[in-house]
Design a protein around this ligand. Structure first.
Ligand SMILES: [Zn+2]
Length: 392
């Protein structure tokens, strides 16, 4: 099957995040089996979803990893002009949910399986397909943990998120929290007997907002980003029942998006420190059971790859028409793979402008460009048995 036929098969699986992706994974697994390629699964805790990992070529070498997520964002409430789960192709575009983000890339990779197995590869090609990327890189996190025990790891990785086939070397990291504030209720005429959870939430939110202002003022700017500083943002809050009751509960959600050179941990620590040292003692003086709890909702590191790195050289070799693009605002799994020593960059067909939207599409020309990149990557992996030489 060529890449557009494969894309049509992949789009037909409704792999909306949090739903099972096992039917798609089975399909890919059978395809790999047909080519005599063994694969392994790294399942989710409840077993309803899985990451798939496979190696083609010598397993005792580093080589190149091609990585993509199998999940897609929901179509609920979107006004589509065709069935999102049935690929529709016209003269220039393939329409369907996930066509650009990012089943197009996976289709291109799978279309090259015959070439990969026919070539006797000196450098291995590793396939890493994850689940639940769109809700915070959930699957890749488990995959990366499992890969610590896989023996030889890929040396470099290409993450096929839509970049218009350009080479993206950087993006911000992100961590999201749900904060639950527990105080003490009482009649609002006697507020000194209670602990007002909504007001303590407001103080904490004001601190978070001040942190955001500080990022701008500290001149920690990177003008390559469209928002050139790390950001703090509160997106949801709930608390209180009636004006004449001091509220005992409030919760809100906030996120931090950091420039890769600012440590996410340090930024998050400042917020927790303020809650623990400034707010909590005061709350507990009045009511010892008061609490401020932080639950992490999602977390992925930023990416900052050197343009002079091996992976950048290699990507230029196999995709010579590509430009180096500015860092992107969206996150990817690249930073997670980076943490276990796999140098990554982001390059894939389609534009992020079409991702997550109704009538999502990938241009046919983009998919063809990706096919050509994978073809030349296979050729490069046939010629060399060492990534240094292949990137030179
Ligand atoms: Zn994506």
């Amino acid at each position: 099957m060529n890449s557009s036929e494969l894309l049509s098969r992949l789009v037909a699986f409704d792999t909306t995040s949090r739903r099972s992706n096992l039917e798609l994974i089975d399909f890919v697994r059978n395809l790999l089996d047909d080519h005599g390629i063994p694969s392994r699964l790294v399942p989710s805790v409840d077993g309803t979803r899985a990451n798939l990992y496979a190696t083609i070529g010598p397993a005792d070498h580093g080589g190149v990893m091609l990585s993509g997520h199998t999940d897609v964002v929901p179509t609920l409430g979107q006004d589509w002009h065709s069935d999102p789960w049935s690929l529709k192709t016209d003269d220039t575009r393939h329409y369907g949910r996930g066509s650009c983000d990012m089943k197009g890339f996976i289709a291109s990779v799978l279309a090259a399986l015959p070439a990969m197995t026919a070539a006797s590869l000196g450098l291995p090609i590793h396939l890493a397909f994850s689940y639940d990327e769109e809700i915070g890189c959930v699957g890749a996190r488990r995959l990366v943990e499992a890969m610590r025990d896989f023996g030889v790891r890929p040396r470099i990785g290409l993450i096929g998120e839509p970049t218009g086939m350009n080479l993206v070397l950087g993006h911000k990291g992100k961590r999201a929290y749900r904060v639950t504030i527990s105080g003490l209720s009482c009649h609002s005429a006697y507020i000194t007997s209670g602990v007002n959870a909504v007001e303590y939430a407001a103080e904490l939110i004001a601190f978070i907002r001040a942190m955001n202002r500080r990022m701008v003022e500290q001149n920690q700017l990177d003008e390559n980003y469209s928002v050139p500083h790390s950001t703090f943002h509160v997106g949801h809050i709930e608390g209180g029942t009636a004006l004449n009751i001091v509220p005992n509960a409030c919760h809100f959600e906030f996120e931090i998006r950091n420039l890769p050179r600012q440590a996410l941990e340090t930024l998050a620590h400042e917020v927790r420190h303020f809650a623990d040292r400034r707010l909590l003692p005061e709350m507990r003086e009045r009511h010892p059971q008061s609490d401020i709890r932080f639950d992490e909702l999602s977390d992925y590191p930023g990416l900052h790859t050197d343009p002079a790195s091996l992976v950048a050289d290699f990507a230029r070799q196999v995709n010579p028409a590509a430009q180096f693009a500015d860092p992107v605002s969206f996150g990817t799994e690249a930073g997670l793979f980076n943490e276990i020593g796999i140098d990554c960059l982001v390059c894939g067909p389609g534009s992020i402008d079409q991702a997550h939207k109704p009538d999502e599409f990938v241009a046919r020309g983009q998919l063809e460009r990706c096919d050509r990149m994978i073809e030349s990557l296979v050729a490069q992996c046939r010629r060399f048995d060492d990534i240094e030489a292949a990137s030179a």
